[in-house]
Design a protein around this ligand. Structure first.
Ligand SMILES: Nc1ncnc2c1ncn2[C@@H]1O[C@H](COP(=O)(O)OP(=O)(O)OP(=O)(O)O)[C@@H](O)[C@H]1O
Ligand SMILES: [Mg+2]
Length: 602
């Protein structure tokens, strides 16, 4: 997986990242964090107090033998634990609430960002990479913030409280407890580097798993038809194995410190018991002091361990944060340009003026294309596959910008107007029909948000889709599912035409809109399109020459250039490229009676 390159690596180092998280993401929620913090202080205080009280209780029982005091202390202990329980609950709920809000915010931000990327950005990427980034990254942000806040609010406070108890009970022993710290820190430092690397590999592997799954499911027909199940299984197995391997490695590395710290802690506890016993028996210290110290020491162990691991856990989660921020920070390929003047339409005259374009430098796809389409005209683009017809549409829609030359609409260079206003005036039916999640009605209505029921039915009727829609069990309420698989190719196409019709835009781009229709529906759709084109500017790319015979002008595009142009009869008379293509198709058609859409290939 290719990673988006960060402007500077420093920006993603631990501390700048943490500062950004705390300032940009957490600070806005400070009132809630303040409450959570206060509750954590209650938790820490209750923990320290319970250790302290244990000593008092033991003295009351064994030294003073005061039963009443013991009962009172027992009740107090109950109250302390109740307070601790409620405070723990409250702080956990608040932290989750804010955490969920931060996750949601980041998912929105990332999605916004992705919508601002240009089409080219996704050309060589798999969408699953972003699905992984979206989930992993957004969760990591809230995980890190909660980690820091819990560490400071609960663990550090508890540790301070408990240390206080230890020092008041036995300063000498408290100093002894510190001997664990230096070796533990040393080991942790070493581990952090490795954990970072492993976490990144884990993410990459996870992405590959999602990628393979999505790919297999999206292409399930191909997988089954070509018997690719084993190959897909093999691909998945490879990624799954590597993630499993990394996860195991992570488990080994991340937990390596635990046994050592545990042994040291046991050693310290043993020392404390021996020394504490000595003090009680020989120097007259109370057993309460001893137990109080021991309880504080044991209670301090967990928060201390968590704090020691904090850097490690942070670095692990920060990998996810980096993954998210890389996307959010990468410059938008198609930033909002609503500050540009809107396109002002008068006649919807579309003009290509010596347009040159290449997707990759060095391989020109359009080379000096010029033509004009007036209102009410149908301009047809025909030509061999790969000639650059769909590319011309990509440029009109400004999915890409021209390298040189201009595309003008009513005299305005489309590069100088806002994309939103430009696209608002264009209805587009693409070569690949895309269906969105939802019903057939929803899919048509997406052409113009807020379209009424009668408009939807009218558009479907005009696109000759109404009858087949009513024939479906649920009619307009039929869910189309991912990719509209339960519809035939021709049915999908007619839905797409209905979607374009309802938009009611003055400029129409049809990319092989009738490619997968039989002759009968083709004729009907042709009529619908004829209706649609009235008074508008229409560009249509067609592989079937029969569908464009009545076009006002036919442009034969070959290898990025217009090699012939004119009306059907004109071009036939001329006896050039178009004429030979036409004769070829005519022959194929008559020999097959009902030919499937014949590819126009020279
Ligand atoms: N996103 C892209 N990135 C890089 N190259 C591309 C991209 N899209 C198309 N091309 C290349 O540009 C050339 C023209 O493609 P285009 O899709 O415009 O052809 P077309 O005339 O529409 O062909 P067809 O009739 O098969 O639809 C092809 O050589 C193709 O490989
Ligand atoms: Mg094409």
């Amino acid at each position: 997986m290719r990673l988006l390159q960060a402007a500077s690596a420093d920006k993603y180092a631990t501390f700048p990242l943490l500062r950004r998280l705390l300032v940009d993401e957490a600070l806005g929620h400070w009132p809630r964090y303040a409450i959570a913090g206060a509750l954590m202080v209650v938790v820490a205080g209750a923990t320290a107090l319970s250790a302290y009280l244990l000593g008092t209780m033991i003295n009351a029982a064994y030294v003073e033998k005061n039963y009443r005091e013991i009962v009172a202390l027992g009740l107090l202990a109950m109250a302390i634990f109740a307070a601790k329980a409620s405070a723990t609950y409250g702080s956990a709920v608040i932290l989750s609430w804010v955490g969920n809000r931060i996750v949601a915010d980041n998912q929105r931000r990332m999605f916004d960002k992705l919508l601002q990327e240009d089409i080219g950005f996704f050309a060589d990427r798999h969408s699953s990479e972003f699905i992984s980034r979206l989930t992993t990254g957004a969760n990591a942000v809230s995980a890190v913030i909660n980690l820091v806040i819990t560490a400071v609010g609960r663990d550090l406070m508890s540790l301070i409280g408990l240390t206080f108890v230890m020092v008041t009970q036995d300063p000498v022993m408290s100093a002894g407890g510190l001997i664990i710290a230096p070796p533990a820190l040393l080991v942790l430092r070493k581990m952090i580097r490795r954990v970072r690397g492993i976490a990144r590999t884990q993410f990459t592997g996870g992405t590959q798993i999602v990628e393979t799954m999505l790919e297999a499911l999206q292409g399930l027909r191909m997988v089954k038809a070509f018997g690719l199940e084993d190959e897909m299984r093999r691909r998945l197995a490879t990624s799954v194995r590597s993630v499993e391997h990394e996860a195991n490695k992570m488990a080994r590395v991340a937990n390596r410190a635990a046994p050592m710290v545990e042994v040291l802690a046991g050693f310290t506890v043993a020392l404390a018991i021996i020394y504490g016993g000595y003090r009680v028996i020989y120097t007259g210290a109370t057993p309460g002091e001893f137990f109080s110290f021991l309880a504080a020491f044991l209670l301090a162990y967990e928060p201390a361990k968590r704090l020691a691991r904090l850097n490690l856990d942070l670095n692990n989660s920060l990998v996810g944060v980096r993954i998210l921020y890389e996307v959010i920070d990468s410059p938008a390929g198609e930033p909002a340009d609503d500050d540009k003047p809107p396109l002002l339409l008068t006649t919807a005259r579309l003009q290509f003026d010596d347009v040159c374009f290449s997707y990759h430098a060095g391989t020109p796809v359009l080379r000096g294309v010029s033509f004009t389409a007036e209102r009410g005209e149908v301009i047809a683009l025909v030509g061999a596959s790969g000639g650059g017809k769909s590319t011309a549409f990509n440029l009109i829609l400004r999915f890409y910008d021209v390298d040189s030359g201009r595309i003008l609409i009513d005299g305005q260079n489309i590069a100088d107007v806002s994309r939103r206003s430009l696209r608002h005036e264009i209805a587009f039916v693409g070569q690949i029909v895309h269906m969105f999640r939802g019903t057939i009605r929803d899919n048509i209505a997406l052409g113009r948000i807020g379209a009424s029921e009668s408009e939807i039915v009218a558009a479907a009727t005009a696109a000759h889709a109404h009858d087949f829609i009513l024939g479906l069990p649920l009619g307009y309420d039929t869910p189309v599912g991912e990719h509209g698989l339960q519809l035939s190719g021709g049915q999908r196409q007619r839905i797409a035409i209905a979607r374009a019709l309802i938009k009611n835009a003055p400029i129409i781009l049809l990319d092989e809109a009738t490619a997968s229709l039989d002759s009968e529906s083709e004729r009907m759709v042709q009529e619908a399109i004829g209706e649609l084109c009235k008074g508008r500017t229409t560009l249509v790319i067609a592989h079937r020459l029969s569908t464009i015979m009545h076009a006002d002008c036919i442009l034969v595009v070959e290898d990025g250039q217009i090699v012939e142009s004119g009306r059907h009869e004109e071009l036939l008379r001329r006896g050039g490229r178009y004429a030979s293509f036409y004769r070829l198709q005519l022959k194929e058609r008559s020999s097959e009676r009902e030919a499937p859409a014949i590819a126009f290939s020279g």
